[in-house]
Design a protein. Structure first.
Length: 101
């Protein structure tokens, strides 16, 4: 059984027991969170929501808060002595899918 959930403007295909890194959620480690399900599949039976599937929720637990790998943003203009270097690390929340009910 799997489900498609939406959080942070993105959609994720998840199953029970999966560890997923999603956009940062302002929650404490160990707290539980529910997501609306956009699509679910169980033994070949696919149910698509409009926009969400009624009476189906995905329950997850927050495992960790962290930051992704550093990316370097470098701006440069030829022959003008213009150079700007900036780094960025995108914050994320790691969740574990407990159940799809």
């Amino acid at each position: 059984m799997f489900a498609v959930i939406q959080t942070g403007g993105k959609q994720y295909k998840v199953a029970v027991g999966d560890m997923v890194n999603v956009e940062k959620l302002e929650l404490e480690v160990g707290s539980k969170v529910e997501f609306d399900v956009l699509l679910t599949s169980d033994n070949g039976t696919v149910v698509a929501g409009n926009p969400v599937v009624n009476n189906v929720k995905c329950v997850a637990e927050v495992v960790a808060q962290g930051k992704g790998d550093k990316i370097v943003v470098y701006k440069y203009k030829a022959k003008k002595n213009y150079r700007r270097k900036q780094g960025h690390r995108q914050p994320f929340t790691q969740i574990k899918i407990l159940e799809i009910k």
